[in-house]
Design a protein around this ligand. Sequence first.
Ligand SMILES: Cc1ncc(COP(=O)(O)O)c(C=O)c1O
Length: 505
Amino acid sequence: MGDQMTETEYILEESLDPEDWEAMRALGHRMLDDMLDHAKSLREHPVWQHASQDVKEHFSGAAPLDPQPPEEIYKEYLKFIFPFTLGLNHPRFWGWVGGTGTVMGALAEMLATSTNAVSGAFSYISPNYVEIQVVDWFKELLGYPTSASGVLTSGCSASNLIGLAVARNSKAVYDLRREGLSAAPQLMTLYSSQEAHSSVNKAVELLGLGGDSLRSVPVNDDMQIDLGELEEIIANDRQNGHLPFCVVGVAGTTNTGAIDDLNSLADICQRENLWFHVDGAFGAWAAIAPESKHLVAGMERADSLAFDLHKWMYLPYPIGCVLVKSEEDHRRTFSLVPTYLAHGEGERGLTGVDVPWVSDYSFVLSRGFPALKAWMTIKEQGVRKYRRIIQQNIDQANYLAALVTSQPELELALPVSLNVVCFRFVKDGLDSKGLDQVNKQIEIEMQEQGIATVSTVSIKGKNYLHAAITNHRSRREDFDLLVREVVRIGQGLFHEINGIGNDGG
Ligand SMILES: Cc1ncc(COP(=O)(O)O)c(C=O)c1O
């Protein structure tokens, strides 16, 4: 042995691995069984359950100093966490614009985290190839050229921020990245409709452009950006010495699912030398349904396209994507390579010449392996089925709209343009304030009773119930039930509050 240390001379070192591998294996199997049983029986459960004060109070107290047995932690999860999630995976969740998740996607997440995989950086690792392949699939499906660049993101808010950052830097008339906005010779202005998502406003603020530089353009009767008004506002800004640089078109607004006239916006941008960014958070996916793809015609002409995979592609949260037509513009906005992140040098090793890094196209460096759930689910289902399910949701929206129209006590806000239905309970004798209150209360009752989750939106100053159908588990019978229950709850509330908000007094 001489001077060599024997094994017994090493100090005792610890790790975070299970102390009892067999017990952990049994617990893991149980978790998986519970997970699959629940997914299979979702219809038998309420969409949502109100977490009580006890539940809230359970999550207080200091960080645990000592270990707790894994079985006990799982029991705590089952009691205090599992029953009280939002219910996005339920067949009758249609509030805001959610997504449903897939079983294969959940399993893929487990696999991705089991190797603590990262993607989007380093070379000669498969996760990068998976990510590149899924982004290529999105280009193909959404009509984008293969030469475009793209990255997976945490969602459409991040995608809008990235797309607009590239727009800002590429259209600036000086080196904005180096000199900053304080060196701008002119106010840089951009345009979106009043119905655009708040993440566009936030992106503009975060980019230092100032909220007012985003001109909020009125909409027409179909809730699309008013093209005449847009052109007038652009002309006015030019006359005032400003620099219009970008138009944001929306493929599927959050409120009503309205799709801007994307071809006309592309024409205006071409004529005016403006960047054309499309927020297609969910609506972009109409492009893959043969009967509906005409609705988003012109989207493929965008300079940058932001969309989600956790909404209408049904993948488990979080996952979105942004595509940029000019790879060079995209890279010029984000690439910054200190020596400790040097890559693309040499033929071999983890930093060799292989694939681009996500940090050259985003503000993000470290992230997990979001592509795996997309890759595994899309392979499991196939694009043909996705096409049918997207169309199924659009058909369901029209089915729901027809049900609403056939009910004297319900009123449709406006014709359905995609997969969003906005409607309300109406009753003679209730003034507009009373109607707003009743419909808000219907939303709450539906949620509290666990029947269905719809949200409310304000359209032209009136409250409407809002069902955004991005749900692969919904069936027509679910919409029959929704309509029945809205009428039942509405009538009950009407009787209860009769006299409050009643024109007749
Ligand atoms: C049109 C639109 N854009 C952007 C977003 C933001 O997307 P995310 O929640 O994935 O960040 C949403 C969310 O509902 C949306 O509807």
